[in-house]
Design a protein around this ligand. Structure first.
Ligand SMILES: [Zn+2]
Length: 324
């Protein structure tokens, strides 16, 4: 397959990873800095298109200096071990809470297999190779990753995952958002929240969107799924509205039932309402399911509300003082 690369700004190019065999679903981004870097790798099944894309952009096996992932979910970082092998000079960067799982992906694989099942796991992601611990560099909020003539500021953006980071590019001001704002692919006129278990947290997710907004004054956010959006305020407002909307649907459904299928069908109705008006003809929601299925989102939001209820119950218990 011919590689597909999309120029976004000077020195910033998206490479289509052809995730799940689909075009423009998941991007890896090349920053053509003095020390060339990619943000996201896609899964191992995407290594071919990513390597071919890099080659077309003039980056050979010994040229790539940095591989950075916004979080360790397999659609973003499953291929990082394989790419580290293909690009032996590259340092791998990840949030400190994600680092151990790239060095030893056993638990990462187990957790993804619980969510996706073994058949989907191998079809979508392929094997997950470890990253040699000596090549891993962990980061936290406020760190700066130097790329020679350019740098990336690290922004902790928990919510979708507790270890997710955003990255602010010094050259363009664009902010890499991972899945913090959800899923926004060119083929479907909708923004779908990404609220998977086990970490998803509504308040953290909304705070993270506001942090991204405040750092995106240059007017561009970069979705891993897929590509740039320049109407930053509009997309941030919409992302917050969608998360609140989906969380509320799950909360009210849980008042009458904790049956997963019922929660899923309530969310499916909400998902249909989310389609931007006037675009009903283009409606093809199935295309979003591969990236952010309603079922997985339902599981994440159900877990969020359950954990929250437990926290509140504990809080009440601790705060209850006998009258003196
Ligand atoms: Zn993702």
């Amino acid at each position: 397959m011919e590689p597909v690369t999309i120029d976004i700004a000077p020195g910033l190019t998206a490479i289509d990873t052809f995730y799940a065999g689909r075009e423009r679903y998941t991007a890896a981004y090349l920053l053509a800095a003095e020390e060339p870097a990619i943000v996201e790798t896609g899964p191992t099944t995407s290594a071919g298109p990513v390597v071919a894309g890099l080659e077309r952009l003039g980056i050979g096996p010994s040229d790539l200096a940095h591989i950075i992932v916004t979080h360790i979910h397999l659609d973003h970082a499953g291929g990082v071990g394989t790419l580290a092998e293909r690009f032996p000079a590259a340092t791998v960067w990840v949030h400190e809470r994600g680092g151990p799982h790239l060095a030893d992906p056993t638990r990462l694989i187990a957790s993804a297999t619980r969510i996706y099942g073994p058949a989907q796991m191998s079809a979508l992601f392929g094997p997950v190779e470890p990253v040699p611990a000596g090549r891993l560099h962990v980061v936290r909020d406020g760190d700066r990753i130097g790329l020679g003539d350019r740098s990336l500021d690290v922004l902790a953006t928990p919510g979708h995952a507790s270890h997710q980071i955003g990255l602010v590019d010094s050259a363009t001001g664009a902010v890499f958002t991972g899945d913090a704002l959800g899923i926004h692919v060119p083929a479907v006129p909708a923004l779908r929240p990404a609220t998977p278990p086990p970490d998803f947290d509504v308040d953290l997710a909304i705070d993270s969107i506001q942090r991204i907004r405040s750092r995106a004054s240059a007017g561009m956010v970069l979705f891993s799924h897929f590509g740039p959006v320049t109407e930053v305020d509009r997309i941030c407002d919409l992302a917050i509205r969608r998360i609140r909307g989906w969380a509320e649907v799950v909360r009210t459904t849980l008042e009458r039932t904790d049956d997963l299928d019922e929660v899923v069908s309530a969310l499916e109705e909400e998902a249909r309402r989310d389609i931007e008006t006037g675009a009903e003809a283009a409606l093809d929601l199935d295309r979003l399911e591969v990236l952010s299925s309603v079922r997985i989102n339902a599981l994440g939001l159900m877990r969020y509300w359950r954990k929250r209820a437990e926290r509140e119950a504990e809080g009440d218990g601790a705060g209850a003082q006998p009258d003196s």
